[in-house]
Design a protein around this ligand. Structure first.
Ligand SMILES: Nc1ncnc2c1ncn2[C@@H]1O[C@H](COP(=O)(O)OP(=O)(O)OP(=O)(O)O)[C@@H](O)[C@H]1O
Length: 366
């Protein structure tokens, strides 16, 4: 069993860090529950690998604690943590057979041979590696090698969590979904905590029940794929999740109105009230392309926009428009009437979110 708790965790690679920018992991408090299928999603350089290496014990954090089932493990070396890590590039012994590669972690722990064989056969069966057991690892394809790498994590009965660090990077696109399905299957069969690091939102949402979105060394939101889409807690989540991401407008309260530059925005009274009382200079409204309606007629709820282009994407179209000198995306359903250069955009009140200093603030109007 392993519930992994990160308590006041921070890490800097600098010897004498002078500010937040010197930290690969900033203040982090987080719990990974036993048996969960999690993804750690974020752009390159946000600290994903650093965090995994701290959990697995390859790296000791500069501040804070890592707890396994409530026990502090900061100083415990990786081999004593009962955690397996699968890296971007398969870590296997080329000159050994697939069988010996899978058996390696067990033999390393002096497991008697009569117990090694059934375990290797079980794991090989799950990963469809049985026909390859007698082959030398160097003759395998990249995806087969990565499956052996995963198998080495699975053979040990004492492994309670597996950390995957972008494990499908070297895998052909058409095989990726197969391996992802395999991982899901493994998760359902064994009661193992799995943390899957990726910068790809599709990979994260097909694998994980809950996703931790990382940005600049912090988990800015931890939620289901649906929650991340519907209620992004941070502007970065809005921008990163969705295709394309959320549109944002930097607004201010002026002359009793919510202004986006020179454009007054027709927003709900609750939202206007929230902006008026925001007491901050960094105020943004976010709206997803799915919730902007484009029409050729003006109404009290719409604002005039300049259409830049419309891209037909089969089942829907993506319209780019300019408002107050800024580019926006709106998603038009199939069969939407043609739109000229001058049009009107209406932001669906229920889906306009307020962000103060980049974090979402509930206003009661959504
Ligand atoms: N060994 C190291 N020494 C110094 N700085 C490092 C080291 N490893 C990572 N960093 C820095 O720490 C930050 C976080 O890096 P990390 O590799 O954890 O991010 P990541 O999200 O995994 O990125 P990627 O997806 O590119 O691997 C980056 O600014 C990176 O340059």
């Amino acid at each position: 069993m392993a519930e992994i708790t990160l308590k006041g965790l921070a890490h800097s690679y600098a010897k004498t860090p002078s500010g937040a920018a010197d930290y690969a992991i900033r203040q982090m408090d987080h719990i990974w529950h036993q048996g969960g299928a999690y993804a750690l999603l974020g752009p390159s350089g946000c600290g994903k690998s650093t965090l995994l290496n701290i959990i697995s014990g390859l790296l000791e954090p500069s501040q804070g604690d890592v707890l396994f089932d409530g026990q502090r493990v900061n100083e415990l070396p990786p081999e004593e943590r009962n955690i397996a890590q699968v890296f971007q590039f398969p870590v296997i012994y080329d000159t050994m057979t697939v069988f010996d590669n899978l058996a390696f972690p067990l033999r390393n722990m002096n497991t008697p041979e009569y117990r090694v064989k059934p375990k290797v056969l079980e794991v090989a069966d799950i990963l469809d590696l049985t026909p390859l057991l007698g082959r030398k690892a160097k003759n395998l394809t990249a995806d087969e090698k990565q499956k052996v790498s995963m198998g080495r994590g699975l053979v040990r009965d004492d492994v309670t969590a597996i950390l995957f660090d972008e494990p499908l990077t070297v895998i052909d696109p058409q095989l990726k979904w197969k391996l992802r399905r395999k991982l899901k299957e493994i998760h359902e069969r064994f009661n193992i905590t799995m943390i899957y690091v990726t910068h790809d939102q599709l990979e994260a949402s097909t694998f994980a029940d809950r996703i931790a979105v990382m940005y600049e060394g912090q988990v800015v939101q931890f939620g289901t794929p649906r929650e991340l889409f519907e209620r992004p807690a941070h502007t970065f989540v809005g921008y990163f999740i969705g295709s394309p991401g959320m549109n944002f407008m930097a607004v201010e309260y002026r002359d009793d109105q919510v202004m986006f530059g020179v454009q007054p925005l027709p927003v709900s009274p609750a939202l206007r009230h929230a902006v008026a009382n925001a007491n901050a200079t960094n105020i943004k409204l976010g709206i997803r392309p799915e919730f902007i309606t484009i029409s050729t007629h003006h109404t009290d709820e719409s604002v005039p926009v300049e259409v830049a282009n419309v891209q037909d994407l089969g089942t829907y179209s993506l319209l780019t428009f300019i408002l107050n000198g800024q580019t926006f995306k709106a998603r038009l359903p199939e069969g939407h009437p043609p739109v000229g250069k001058a049009a009107f955009a209406r932001f669906d009140d229920a889906h306009v979110a307020l962000y103060i200093d980049e974090f979402r603030v509930e206003t009661g109007h959504e």
